[in-house]
Design a protein around this ligand. Sequence first.
Ligand code: HAM
Length: 420
Amino acid sequence: MSATTIRAPRGTLDLLGPAAAAHERVRARAAALFASAGYEQVETPIFEATELFVRGVGEATDIVEKEMYTFEDGSGRSLTLRPEGTAPVCRAYIEHGMHKRPAPVKLWYWGPFFRYERAQSGRYRQFFQVGAEAFGSADPALDAELIALLVSLAQELDVRGVTLRIASLGTSESRAAYREELRAFLRAHETELAPEVRARIDANPLRAFDAKDARTAAVMARAPLLLDRLSAADAEHFAAVRELLGEAHIAFEIDPRLVRGLDYYTRTVFELSSSELGAQSGVGGGGRYDRLIEQLGGPPTPAIGFAAGIERLLLASSAQPAAAALAPALYIAFGAGEPQGAERTRAFALWQEALAAGIAAQIELCGRSLKRALAHADRLGAPYVAILTGQQLALRDMRAGEQRQCSVRELLAAISGGER
Ligand code: HAM
């Protein structure tokens, strides 16, 4: 009786060869881009106290209401697999007293995130994000910098069909008055709204702009807009961001209905989407969150950041993933096929010496005959094969088709020399 096989959880991806290499390529490109703009890498834990996301992301968001992987550890603490990176990076900023560093403090990160969402193409329950957060400056040039970095990242990765949408959500003060106005509008149209929108009129009226339901969307097309209600200071900040983007020739659309799924935003918000992606078109997004550090117990600190989904960047990219080159410089085979006597030990020692000398090497491990081992080495692209036969060692130059007896030292020198 054979055991039943176990499959990976729904909404997760195994990254095989080329897919893993493609992820690594995105990480490397992002690392170089962020380093060139003075961003330092930060790695926070995969799980955090649940309270961090409840307070940071907001209780009335989809993420906190229904998408978190929350569990109790052995001592009854409530922990959550991180659904996003901003709240954890803010937690680290406060915990390590980074406000004492010269501002702005600029950080970037990369890694897996977890959301219990309906799995489909481009939407997973474990996905990877690359993101950046900058703390300690309210200058609109910092908003433009983060937007420009997201656009550059997408460009470098050949993401096709991109659209950048931006908006301003104002400060919490200007938004408070607008929220009241929007609540009154929503109540006046309550019967036409989807049940989940109705349920959130009090807690999170702005999310109504995000509803997929057609009748709700028709109502929202007539709703008052926050962009028309910005304070003079907020409007000036937004105008400065637009001007800087224009100067940098970064194409954008103003989208007065752009609401992001997280509650911490103030002033500038932005989203980059790709026409290549279908329903899940968001490649990356972010915005300012000038109050979040304070809400998490830190000193008042303006901040802004973004994150992009690595799977979506790759889905929307025209670059074809290529497997990493794994060709060994040396293949170690046995004259008699199966290793005889001490040949296995000698082969293993040679393999270790080769690796220590910086020579990529592999041993014949499947008992192939010498003829088949040479064919396999050729398939792998190995330029040299070491052939162990009893006490004897021969080096075969695959390109020249020549073979000669040698010592281990001569063999390593020949390959190192040949590689140069
Ligand atoms: P977000 O818009 O929730 O923002 O996520 C950013 C990006 O992560 C999305 O544009 C998308 O590419 C990717 N993403 C999100 N959920 C999934 C999923 N289930 N499957 C695949 N990809 C997904 C944030 O997370 C904010 N922390 C961004 C930010 C940083 N704001 C300020 N600083």
